[in-house]
Ligand binder design. Structure first.
Ligand code: HEC
Length: 180
């Protein structure tokens, strides 16, 4: 009897340990810019979080894609976390000559012609120490609306940077260019 009790106690204890690990693992997968190497999975969680983000031009209204846009989706809107939003002016546009600080997160939502479905999230995160960061400290990623990886950070922005380096870019960002 005692034997039984102690083994079910052990099972209960193991369950608690497993539960604790599961919870702490899920916490670790949320993003902590500057402290943890980024992963496509951690970025997927961040990209979908809208809390604390500020919209370009202070509006969540859909914008028609710019002439230089590399995406097929007709609509977009872009938001900035608090660190990135420090580089926005009173009108919510990026300040001239801005250099985004470490920990900046910028998310562009690409939206289908139904004006509702987010088909792609394009994400920029400033984290200089990250092994996948480019020369400016940006980590580049895209995911589908469902959260699957569309452009992994391990590509180091190779397909993105040439276009994002065109004249008029501000620290490789283009919202001001195409949506003045
Ligand atoms: C052919 C050019 C082109 C390519 C390639 C491109 N982009 Fe962009 N991107 C733009 C333009 C233009 C904008 C401005 C908004 C718009 O009209 O789409 C933009 C805006 C963004 C923004 C919003 C922040 C800003 O102001 O730049 C993010 C984030 C972004 N792109 C990520 C990416 C990622 C990640 C890739 C590569 C997987 C990528 N882009 C490839 C043209 C491009």
């Amino acid at each position: 009897m005692l034997q039984h009790l102690s083994s079910s106690f052990k099972i209960a204890l193991s369950c608690l340990v497993v539960l604790y690990l599961a919870v702490s693992c899920s916490n670790n997968s949320s993003i902590q810019p500057g402290t943890t190497a980024l992963t496509d999975a951690s970025i997927a969680i961040t990209a979908k979080t809208t809390a604390g983000f500020v919209w370009y031009k202070k509006s969540d209204a859909l914008m028609t894609k710019g002439a230089n846009s590399g995406h097929p989706e007709p609509f977009l809107r872009t938001r900035y976390n608090a660190t990135a939003a420090a580089q926005l002016d009173a009108n919510g546009k990026v300040k001239t000559g801005a250099i985004f600080d470490e920990g900046s997160v910028i998310v562009k939502e690409l939206i289908a012609s139904d004006r509702t479905t987010i088909t792609t999230y394009a994400v920029l995160i400033k984290q200089k120490s990250d092994p996948n960061a480019d020369a400016s400290g940006w980590v580049w990623n895209e995911l589908t609306g469902a959260g699957a990886v569309a452009y992994p950070i391990s590509n180091k922005g190779a397909g993105c940077i040439p276009c994002h380096s065109i004249a008029g870019n501000i620290d490789k960002t283009l919202m001001n260019n195409d949506h003045p």
